[in-house]
Design a protein around this ligand. Sequence first.
Ligand code: GYE
Length: 306
Amino acid sequence: GDSSAGNGSSGGGDDKIVMGFSQVGAESGWRTANTKSVQESAKEAGIDLKFSDAQQKQENQIKAIRSYIQQKVDVIAFSPVVESGWDTVLKEAQNAKIPVILTDRAVDSKDTSLYKTFLGSDFVEEGKKAGQWLVDEYKDSKDTVNIVELQGTTGSAPANDRKAGFSEIISADPKFKVIASQSGDFTRAKGKEVMEAFLKSNPKIDVLYAHNDDMGLGAIEAIEGAGKVPGKDIKIITVDAVHDGMQALADGKINYIVECSPLLGPQLMDLAKKVVKGEQVPPRVVTEETTFTQEQAKEALPNRKY
Ligand code: GYE
């Protein structure tokens, strides 16, 4: 049976559930809010959290997971930096009878018994929402719309899916042309750097689609540096809706944001308690999200939690 049987399940004991959590990094405002949510919710739920930051490197995540297996934690949760290459280490956790919960990002493993559930957003849907805004925005125009795209971390689920969803919607009309698309690794610094390069090699850019707010915020600096007006000369769509992104939207520098909630902590702790007890959980838990226009951002900003 489970080596951790009894933890959290036998009444009266003060045995705390021990969770090993491997975080992607601290690359964005989203990630910072997500880390805070996980840490605060663990405390509230009375779960003993072992936390490690992988600095956006898969090898660090694999090391952290192996160390959690060695420490015989009760449950492992992690946000996989990229989708591929997890089968071996997940098999090791399974052999050690430690349940795994995928948080925020997915893996592409064919064997879905390697994890108990996947909690997080529907990134394809987010990409579609971004594309739909563009289709509506340009519905009365026949002119070509030149789009540049700042992708998230190469090989990550949100980068793959946000690209795919967006592309599916805009490809219905040939006037939409993605003239450049490159990774900005979900960071402000990279977003700025890649946007500077886009601006140099493309004289006419109508729209920027950035896979997160941070890259969009970096790109705004590049656009202003090139003497153009973000939100007007170049329309900007981003994903996340973190505080700084919402501020830029309210200020008219971003045109539309698709929300992606980082507040996964409470649901993660609930799921962890259930899987440790051996209870059945749904294989996929999707977070509920909305979208924001500039007007909606002005209204929502005072009450945003992150
Ligand atoms: O959109 C981005 C972060 O995995 C949903 O990762 C997350 C993404 C988020 O760096 O800002």
